[in-house]
Design a protein around this ligand. Structure first.
Ligand SMILES: [Zn+2]
Length: 334
C-alpha cells in the first residue's frame, strides 16, 4: 500500500508538471478525483475493507494525498487562466470581423425555387449538354438550315457549322422529345451562350428556364393555367398578366406573357421602358414539325413549351444592377 500511494503521488506530480492547459488539468482532476471512478477516490472508498491498524495508517495518508493534489491542481489551473489573460499576444477586447459565410448563388436559389414549383406540378427536372450539335440546337426545333434564326451572328461555334455552344435551352427540349415517349412533363434550367458584347444587362452567357409538356389532348388552356399559376408563385397572388401572340419558330401558335410592371403598377416607368408591362416569358403550342422531327406522332399528341431568361429576373429580385456583378465572383448581398 505504501508503494502504491507513492506510485500515485509520483505519477500525478509528473502529469501535473506536464499539464499546460486548463483542459488537461480538468482531465487529471476527473481521472483521480471523480466520484465514481477517480483513482484516489476509489482507494478511499476501499478503506473500510482494511484491518483497523492499517486504516489508522492509510486513512490519514490518503486524505493528505487527496487534499494536497486537489490544491495543487486548483493552483495550477488558476495560474494557467491568469497567464492566458496576461499574455500580451491575446487581446480579449479585439473586435473580430464577422466571417463571410458561403451561401447559394442568387441564380441557383431562383432555379431551385422554380424547380420546387414545377415538381409540385409533376414535372421532372432535366439538364442537357452545353456543347450541342446544330441538329438539336436548330433543326429539330423547326429551324431548317436556311432559316434566318440559324444564321445569327451571335452563335458561338466550337466547330462550324455543326458543333456549337447551346444558344437556348430549347436544345434540351429537342433531346427530351427525342429520347422519351409521351406523356412528357419536364422542366430544364440551363446555361446558354451568345456571341454578344458584354455590358450591364447582356453577358456572353446567361440562364434559361424552360419546360415542355406533351400528352394526348393537351391544349393552350393547359398552358395558360400552368403559366398563370407560375406567375402567382413567382410574384404573388395579385399579379396581373396578359397573353399576346408572338412568333417563335418551334411553336404554333406562339404566346408571350407580360405582367404589369411591379414598380409603376402599369403607369409606365424606366424599368418597363414606359410600357407598363414587363415581358416575362415566351411560350406556345409545340409546332407540328417539331414533334414530328423529334419522333412524336403529331396526329396523336399535342404539347406546349415555355421558356424565359432568368438573369434579369434574378437581378430584379436581388436588386443587382449589373449582370457582370452577378457572375463576377465578388457578389455580396444581404
Ligand atoms: Zn413600370
Amino acid at each position: 500500500m505504501d508503494k502504491e500511494i507513492q506510485q500515485i503521488r509520483d505519477d500525478l506530480a509528473n502529469k501535473l508538471e506536464n499539464a499546460f492547459s486548463v483542459d488537461k488539468i480538468d482531465q487529471l482532476y476527473l481521472q483521480y478525483f471523480s466520484k465514481k471512478h477517480g483513482i484516489i477516490t476509489q482507494l478511499i472508498k476501499d478503506l473500510p475493507k482494511l484491518a483497523t491498524d492499517q486504516k489508522k495508517i492509510y486513512g490519514p495518508a490518503l486524505n493528505t494525498l487527496q487534499d494536497e493534489f486537489k490544491q495543487k491542481l486548483d493552483e495550477k489551473k488558476k495560474k494557467l487562466i491568469q497567464n492566458s489573460i496576461e499574455d500580451p499576444s491575446i487581446d480579449l477586447t479585439y473586435a473580430e470581423k464577422p466571417l463571410n459565410s458561403g451561401m447559394l448563388h442568387p441564380t441557383t436559389q431562383v432555379i431551385r425555387e422554380m424547380n420546387t414549383f414545377f415538381r409540385y406540378y409533376g414535372f421532372s427536372i432535366a439538364e442537357g449538354p452545353e456543347i450541342e450539335t446544330a441538329e438539336y440546337n436548330f433543326r429539330k426545333l423547326n429551324l431548317p438550315e436556311d432559316h434566318p434564326a440559324t444564321d445569327l451572328q451571335d452563335t458561338l461555334f466550337i466547330k462550324e457549322p455543326d458543333i456549337l455552344l447551346t444558344t437556348h435551352a430549347s436544345s434540351v427540349e429537342a433531346r427530351v422529345l427525342t429520347d422519351y415517349d409521351p406523356p412528357i412533363r419536364v422542366a430544364f434550367p440551363g446555361k446558354v451562350f451568345r456571341n454578344e458584347t458584354v455590358n450591364t444587362t447582356n453577358g456572353s452567357f446567361f440562364h434559361h428556364y424552360q419546360g415542355v409538356v406533351v400528352d394526348k389532348g393537351t391544349t393552350i388552356q393547359n398552358l395558360k393555367a400552368t403559366l398563370t399559376d407560375f406567375h402567382k408563385f413567382l410574384f404573388g397572388d395579385d399579379v396581373v398578366i396578359r397573353f399576346r401572340y408572338k412568333y417563335y419558330p418551334e411553336v404554333s401558335p406562339g404566346m408571350g406573357t407580360d405582367m404589369i410592371c411591379q414598380f409603376c403598377g402599369g403607369n409606365g416607368c424606366n424599368v418597363c421602358k414606359q410600357r407598363g408591362w414587363i415581358e416575362v416569358l415566351g411560350s406556345g403550342m409545340i409546332h407540328y414539325n417539331t414533334l414530328k422531327m423529334c419522333g412524336i406522332d403529331p396526329e396523336e399528341y399535342t404539347g406546349f413549351a415555355f421558356g424565359m431568361g432568368l438573369d434579369r429576373l434574378v437581378m430584379q429580385k436581388f436588386n443587382i444592377p449589373d449582370i457582370r456583378k452577378l457572375y463576377g465572383g465578388g457578389i455580396v448581398y444581404a
